[in-house]
Design a protein around this ligand. Structure first.
Ligand code: OOG
Length: 266
């Protein structure tokens, strides 16, 4: 093992311990100078730690898909994170606050893979990803930075698996993403807490159209060698700013034409 790899695995372990202990850590970027590639390697090492305790990959997500958030972070590309089985909650189910440090929630659009997708084995990854998708649903993503006060640099947040902590998907509707004119833009999105609007937006706030998450996911899955099993969930990005998620409430997201999805926090 090179020194660098051992350092990166120390960072992955520190972040993983923050997940399991629910205790935030200081930003890695304060003492380390990670490249973006290093940060993705830390994320991948974290996925090995998860796999070792039986917490398998069940999907991927994009972050910084809204112009406002990307410019706030001073970045021009989206970020890519992994979704794990332990973070998947059923629609209408309950979510224990003790599983998180300081959770926030975002309304999203989700796609589902009807077939396994291996970007590196694909001649045309974007076309094969589109062909593998069989359904679309409204989604909720719970983000929970492992850094104190939700403060991080770009490399910090990539190493921390883009703050991914949990997700919920609503009823799946069949979708054919190979149709040339398929669009999911311009649909109002509402995030409600106990029936009161907490944030409103539009699916157009996700890269202009959530379908534009697909070329980004295909590109990033190829770059990182991520292989997605059939049934994987792809979270296209948030349609509004993230909202703090309190205990003892029901949070729901509604996307026009796709229905709604909810969970209750305990
Ligand atoms: C990073 C994750 C951001 C999004 O939708 O932009 C994200 C964070 O803000 O904690 O998932």
């Amino acid at each position: 093992m090179t020194e660098t790899t051992s350092l990166l695995s120390q960072y992955a372990t520190a972040l993983d311990e923050a997940v399991t202990s629910r205790r935030a850590i200081g930003q890695l970027s304060r003492s380390a100078s990670l490249t973006l590639d290093d940060a993705y390697r830390v994320q991948a090492l974290g996925s090995e730690l998860r796999a070792a305790r039986g917490d398998g990959l069940v999907g991927v997500k994009l972050g910084f898909t809204s112009k406002a958030k990307a410019s706030q972070m001073g970045v021009s590309d989206v970020i890519f994170g992994r979704l794990y089985a332990k973070g998947e909650y059923p629609d209408g189910g309950s979510v224990a606050m003790e599983d998180f440090i300081h959770p926030r929630v975002e309304p999203e659009v989700a796609f589902r893979l009807g077939a396994r997708f291996d970007a590196r084995a694909a001649a045309d990854p974007e076309a094969e990803l589109r062909a593998a998708i069989d359904a679309v649903a409204p989604g909720l993503e719970i983000i929970d930075s492992r850094y104190a006060n939700f403060r991080f640099s770009l490399t910090d947040v990539v190493a921390d698996n883009t703050s991914a902590a949990g997700f919920v998907t609503g009823a799946w509707q069949p979708a054919d993403l190979t149709a040339p004119d398929v669009r999911f833009d311009d649909r109002p999105v509402t995030l409600e807490i106990d029936g009161v609007a907490a944030a409103t937006g539009s699916t157009s706030d996700i890269l202009g159209d959530p379908v534009l998450a697909l070329p980004a996911i295909a590109r990033m899955a190829a770059a990182r060698g991520v292989v997605l099993p059939a049934g994987s969930v792809l979270l296209a990005g948030a349609a509004t700013a993230a909202v703090a998620l309190p205990g003892g409430v029901t949070v729901s997201a509604a996307v026009q034409g796709l229905g709604s999805v909810s969970v209750t926090t305990t």
